[in-house]
Design a protein around this ligand. Structure first.
Ligand code: FAD
Ligand code: 2HG
Ligand code: ZN
Length: 476
């Protein structure tokens, strides 16, 4: 490795504004959103176009410098944070934020990797179209990061996750070549699907520089309601009732426990549950209609009336304005912020088959409480997808940093062994990054893990792309 020669080569390629090397300037790029991982870097590079990205990678390959791609730096698994060596470069895609094309006939949008998710939603909306990927960090995360993590969010039950919304990619490979895969085709069976290989690879196989995304007709209205349910089985029955009666109009089904909303209200006192005292479960349900407001309102009222009659819902409130609907969503999305303000927590972003949800939660809570009677379990998530955020916080009054340092490994083991037992996944939507790298082999199994390692070696033989993320770097 020759750091100073590499820096000189970067300086010859980029303008001074595109190279950050002063610690204060680099600081925001060197720690993750949760402030859990802190790294060092030789430099932070901010290319303006794909050709510059390719040249940066070629310089890195020549001087054996590894690089860490970064978008909005909102990832929750430490995937975008460099290591402690100070020899890696952070490659921020932020400047590459142009919308290259919007094709009305094909209903697609072609965007650069650094486009903020919300700006893509806005550009589509200006044409009366919907880009349905939606998540709490949408005001700051970038589409390159969304695709690199195969982000999920709140519309997955209707539109799928980031992978389902992407038709084509432009990718810079580990040897600095540009793969021009920016096709807007809904059918393309031409051998191995390279697009799907790069999606979800968390910057370890290639650098996504642009993407073609699917657009959908914009619904004419949305009805958002908050519904109180007495139990998990009742909540699942409610989900299935909505699926049956509202079919494809059902676009959101989010579950929040009383504990998660109590914590949110503690940190953000203006966020009161309009259902009154927090019921065991509060469910946020969203219907999107292409017909008329009256059609959707009648449908939602009829389904809720039936749910109340059946006893699977005990109370419900329908938002009477867009502003009120927004406050419902804010309550849901502030759980993560409330947890961050309360102190560090142990996150478990898991999926469980809905048929096993109740038994999983009962069994896991029980084992955890036997070991840690006072621990706070903050459960919420995208129930419509079987995705649970099973987050564990230190008992009230206990220093969370000290608690986590002493107990993190055991808490993870307890929860992940239950995830295995009930046929789930240890990462539903946030990815692996550094956080779950050591747990991956046991979860995927040796064969799948070895195949992943072979793919990594084939595409990045010198291990310069985000090493020690997802897969451990091989010691030669
Ligand atoms: P970054 O954090 O910058 O990077 C994430 C990973 O992708 C890293 O491994 C990085 O190296 C790699 N990467 C970034 N850009 C590229 C690129 N161009 N090419 C190759 N690799 C790249 N996630 C969900 O799935 N669903 C949610 O509901 C959700 N809600 C969230 C709410 C909050 C408040 C926060 C803070 C986060 C949430 N997240 C959620 C997690 C996070 O927002 C997503 O993972 C998001 O997709 C990350 O995008 P980013 O641009 O911030 O990526
Ligand atoms: C969400 O669904 C995000 O709000 C974040 O995926 C989950 O904070 C979390 O654990
Ligand atoms: Zn989530």
């Amino acid at each position: 490795m020759n750091s100073s020669a590499a820096l000189n080569a970067f300086k010859a390629l980029l303008t001074p504004a595109q190279i950050l090397s002063v610690p204060e300037d680099m600081a925001p790029f060197l720690c993750d959103w949760r402030k859990r991982y802190f790294g060092k870097a030789l430099a932070v590079l901010l290319p303006s176009n794909t050709a510059e990205v390719a040249q940066i990678v070629r310089i890195c390959a020549e001087f054996h410098i590894s690089l860490v791609p970064q978008g909005g730096n909102t990832g929750l698994c430490g995937g975008a944070t460099p290591d402690q060596s100070g020899s890696q470069v952070v490659l921020s895609l932020k400047r590459m934020n142009h919308i290259r094309a919007l094709d009305l006939d094909n209903q697609t949008i072609t965007v650069e990797a650094g486009c903020i998710l919300q700006s893509i939603q806005d550009a589509a909306a200006e044409q009366g179209l919907l880009f349905p990927l939606s998540l709490g960090a949408e005001g700051s995360c970038c589409i390159g990061g969304n695709l690199a993590t195969n982000a999920g969010g709140t519309n997955v039950l209707r539109y799928g996750n980031a992978r389902d919304l992407c038709l084509g990619l432009e990718v810079v490979t580990a040897n600095g070549e540009i793969w021009h895969g920016l096709r807007g085709l809904r059918k393309d069976n031409t051998g191995y699907d390279l697009r799907d290989l790069f999606i979800g690879s968390e910057g370890t196989l290639g650098i996504i520089s642009a993407a073609v995304l699917k657009l959908y007709p914009m619904p004419v209205c949305q009805w958002t309601s908050l519904v109180a349910t007495p139990s998990i089985p009742a909540t699942i029955q409610l989900l299935n009732l909505f699926k049956q009666k509202a079919t494809s109009l059902l676009t959101g089904f989010e579950m929040m426990t009383a504990e998660s909303l109590a914590l949110t209200e503690k940190q953000f006192p203006q966020m009161r549950n309009p259902l009154g005292e927090n019921p065991p479960f509060t469910v946020l349900i969203e219907l999107s209609d292409h017909e008329s407001e009256a059609h959707a309102r009648n449908l939602v009222e009829a389904i809720l009336a039936e749910a109340l009659e059946l006893g699977i819902a005990t109370n419900a409130v329908i938002a009477n304005s867009i502003a009120q609907a927004n406050t419902f969503w804010q309550m849901r999305e502030h759980i993560t912020l409330a947890q961050a303000q309360e102190g560090a927590n142990l996150k478990h972003d898991i999926t469980i088959p809905l048929s096993a949800f109740e038994n999983f939660i009962t069994a896991t809570d029980q084992v955890l409480r036997e070991k840690y009677p006072q621990v706070r379990i903050i459960n919420f998530g995208h129930l419509g997808d079987g995705n649970l955020h099973y987050n564990v916080a230190a008992p009230t009054g206990v220093d969370s940093t000290i608690f986590n340092a002493a107990n993190e490994a055991l808490v993870h083991d307890i929860i992940y062994s239950m995830v295995e037992k009930f046929g789930g996944s240890i990462s539903a939507e946030h990815g692996i990054g550094q956080l779950k790298m050591r747990d991956l082999r046991a979860h995927k199994g040796a064969i799948a893990h070895d195949l992943m390692q072979m793919i990594k070696t084939a595409l990045d033989p010198h291990n310069i792309l985000n090493p020690n993320k997802v897969l451990p770097a091989k010691v030669n």
